[in-house]
Ligand binder design. Structure first.
Ligand code: PMP
Length: 452
């Protein structure tokens, strides 16, 4: 029987990123509260939140200190824009703190409300920058298959997943998609990881040759791909790609929306993988999802060129009503301060090692074709035939079945198209909870395997 709330949901809510027909049959799952790494549904059932919501609740649920800071800021000064040179203290404090976290010397921080609007701003900033320095023709942006960079018109175009283009008249001009770095899925038969990396590097060089380095502004990339299927760069990938970008004066936009603030075992994914980004996009763990906020790190060379050009017209004409919202900024600032006080990045690195070690035996599970992960993020790609790397028929919905079986066992994981099970728990997870997560995941896999 559908509860009143569930019926009202079906009647009045438009669910984003949802199988709308399927929802009519299944009805929504309504979460009602959370504490630490656990959440509870409307019927009082407890679940371990193995996906940190949407890769975002780094500090876990029910953190009273962040609630206190939000309430205090709302009472003191609920809103003041950063437009026209006005400022507010939380935004200044957050930008100052970020300048100590972010490995881009002298960066300034442009705030937004979501990863999408921040990546959208990245495109606008890059255009503004190249126009400012008299290279207006340098405007194409490279992205990759399986990438996820957001859902605004421009960032959905950067996203390299067909479902985000179909029906939306995307992608758009000026965006060029390179091949996905997903070795397990896209390697030729018998191709080594090194040969695969070489093929991807040659592809990049060919695209640059074809389009002209003077027409390519930037490449946007996640250090490891999250929403596209927890795709780790194959060994040597960034070491090979980065010099090609540098040689051709192509700026690297580092999308740290999932990787940022400890997920991969270091503060940022670019540090884990030795990338040298020009700019960086952050969101999600920036506030541990207690407030919607994002940030773009803008390096001095870009800021100075933009400042000079904007001087001519008197206005840098970009900004959201809520860019630098004081409540969001105060919460994000305290969130990062709590991470510092609690040594959360180091904790996440230790728990990450445990998670990867405990998951390792699942590589031999009959349903698992490929297990991959680093730090507190992992992906299990299911396969019908392990040896042949053959996927299940999409109509079998194996990924969804495993995710449903895990849910039944009391664990939230995510099924990504391609039958990939994603795991990305809050960074505060402890040893016992890591073990609980892996045990419940095994149970979910076993239960589905038993039905075949
Ligand atoms: N970039 C990456 C890497 C992401 O994972 C996401 C969201 N999953 C975004 C950008 C977009 O962020 P948002 O959903 O906050 O717009």
């Amino acid at each position: 029987m559908t509860s009143t709330l569930a019926q009202q949901d079906l009647d009045h809510l438009f669910h984003p990123a949802t199988d709308l027909r399927g929802l009519r049959e299944s009805g929504p799952i309504i979460w009602s509260r959370g504490q630490g790494v656990y959440i509870w549904d409307q019927d009082g059932r407890q679940y371990l939140e193995g996906m940190a919501g949407l890769w975002c609740t780094a500090l876990g649920y029910g953190e009273k200190e962040l609630a206190r800071v939000a309430a205090e800021q709302m009472e003191t000064f609920c809103y003041g824009p950063l437009f026209a040179g006005r400022s507010n203290e939380p935004s200044i404090r957050l930008a100052t703190r970020l300048s100590r976290w972010v490995p881009i010397e002298g960066a300034r921080f442009l705030f937004g409300c979501s990863g999408s609007d921040a990546n959208d701003a990245q495109i606008k900033l890059i255009r503004y920058y190249y126009n400012a320095i008299g290279k207006p023709e340098k405007r194409k942006i490279l992205s990759r298959g399986n990438a996820y960079h957001g859902v605004t018109v421009a960032t959905a175009a950067l996203t390299g997943l067909p479902a985000f283009h179909r029906h939306f008249d995307l992608p758009m001009d000026d965006v060029i998609h390179l091949g996905s770095p997903h070795y397990y899925r896209f390697a030729e038969p018998g191709e080594s990881e090194a040969a695969f990396v070489e093929r991807r590097a040659r592809e990049l060089e060919e695209v640059i040759e074809r389009e002209g380095a003077d027409r390519i502004a930037a490449m946007i990339a996640e250090p490891l791909m999250g929403a596209g299927g927890v795709i780790l760069p194959p060994a040597g990938y960034w070491e090979r790609i980065q010099p090609i970008l540098d040689r051709n004066d192509i700026l690297l936009i580092d999308d740290e929306v999932v990787c940022g603030f400890g997920r991969t075992g270091q503060a940022f994914g670019c540090q884990t993988y030795g990338m040298k980004p020009a700019t960086m996009t952050m969101a999600k763990a920036l506030s541990s999802a207690y407030q919607p906020i994002s940030a773009v790190a803008v390096p001095p060379f870009m800021y100075e060129a933009i400042e000079e050009a904007a001087g001519g017209v008197g206005l840098f004409a970009h900004g959201l009503t809520y860019s630098g919202h004081p409540v969001a900024a105060a919460v994000a600032d305290r969130n990062l301060e709590l991470m510092e006080e609690r040594g959360l990045v180091e904790h996440a690195a230790r728990m990450g090692e445990r998670l990867q070690a405990r998951l390792a035996p699942l590589a031999d599970h009959p349903l698992v074709g490929n297990l991959r992960g680093i730090g507190l993020i992992a992906g299990l790609e299911l396969a019908a035939d392990k040896a042949a790397r053959q996927a299940f028929e999409p109509s079998a919905k194996m990924g969804f079945k495993v995710a449903a079986a895990c849910l039944d066992a009391g664990l939230v994981v995510r099924a990504i198209p391609g039958d990939i099970i994603a795991v990305c728990p809050p960074l505060i997870i402890n040893e016992v909870q890591v073990d609980e997560l892996v045990d419940k995941l095994s149970t979910g896999l076993d239960r589905v395997a038993a039905t075949l």
